[in-house]
Design a protein around this ligand. Structure first.
Ligand code: FE2
Length: 323
């Protein structure tokens, strides 16, 4: 018996299929982000166009029959309203047609949980870094919720790096292009903002933008990256030591950065902590993470199909999860 998971919170429409923890399929179609960034209604339209083929392809690749599906899970939030609606409505339609449970999922919790699933970590301190989110999380087993130990005061690190990449006219305007451009760069002093286990990025972004045309692009890229990643490492290190953690995991879209992973691995090693991250396809937004978490919580996390909804500002510490 399998669970199908649907992710649609931002630019990715993803569908994953999982059976007893085994990921059988992880298919997706992405909206191409141009110079204007993401326009929610346009992204949602693209998701609607992609819905039938991505669902069909995932089911075909998984090798399961429709009658094998025992639940459908979907991203309830956080995310862009029109995009979340597409995923919720397609999940609702599928669950209604199949007569199975419908399980709403928090996107951030899914990022952490698939990383646990893949690394085999039991109770890691997790640095969750993506476009819209940057948080330090740890599961509070007694409360059955993730605790947010630290987070960004302003923007997510991914959006900050993407905004800088657009300003520098990099193509594609993504953080990964900054990492590429930063090779061989030298360090220029930048604003560094860490308050306990929280951090902020807009001062850094404003300063980096002001240097465009005055300093070499590779030096600014190197410096914005080193500064922002060091801030994340410092806050994560403090949180790991305060919580006596033995494992550190990084997850979310920005976890695909090898530079960030190396810095976190080196910090973890200095404290004899294990460090781990999932493969890139599971750090980028994907349906498999929604399916994996759906299978884990379906016993207590399902909702009445008529009452299912989306929650654009669904915080990671609101979802009930028993480990
Ligand atoms: Fe994400």
């Amino acid at each position: 018996m399998a669970v199908i998971g649907i992710e649609s919170s931002a630019h990715t429409f993803g569908v994953g299929v999982v059976e007893k923890g085994r990921i059988l399929a992880n298919e997706k179609a992405m909206y191409r982000i141009g110079a204007t960034g993401m326009i929610p209604n346009k992204v949602a339209e693209t998701h609607i166009e992609n819905t039938p083929q991505v669902i069909e392809l995932a089911i075909e690749k998984s090798g399961i029959k429709l009658r094998d599906i025992k639940a459908v899970s979907y991203t309830m939030g956080p995310g862009l309203g029109p995009c979340l609606q597409v995923g919720m409505l397609s999940a609702k339609a599928l669950a209604t047609k199949l007569g199975v449970k419908l399980v709403p999922i928090n996107h951030g919790v899914a990022h952490v949980e698939i990383t646990k699933h893949i690394t085999g970590f039991k109770g890691p301190l997790a640095l969750y870094v993506s476009g819209g989110n940057s948080q330090i999380l740890k599961l509070d087993r007694k409360r059955g919720r993730y605790a947010v130990l630290g987070e960004t005061f302003d923007v997510g690190i991914g959006n900050m790096l993407d905004a800088f990449a657009r300003e520098l006219k990099l193509n594609p305007a993504w953080g990964s292009k900054i990492e590429e451009t930063a090779r061989g760069g030298r360090y220029i002093r930048m604003p560094y903002t860490v308050k306990g286990m929280d951090f902020a990025f807009t001062g850094l972004l404003t300063h980096a933008k002001s240097l465009i045309g005055k300093e070499r692009a590779k030096d600014i890229c190197y410096s914005i990256q080193q500064t922002s990643f060091s801030m994340l490492c410092e806050a994560t290190e403090r949180a790991a030591l305060l919580t006596n953690s033995k494992e550190i995991a990084v997850c979310g879209g920005v976890a695909q950065s090898d530079t960030l992973a190396k810095m976190l691995a080196s910090m973890s090693k200095a404290h004899s902590m294990k460090f781990g991250r999932a493969q890139n396809e599971y750090n980028a937004d994907n349906g498999a993470m929604i399916a994996v978490l759906g299978e884990k919580v379906m016993g207590y996390g399902a909702v009445d199909i008529r009452e299912c909804d989306i929650k654009q500002r669904y915080r990671v510490d609101e979802m009930i999860i028993h480990d």
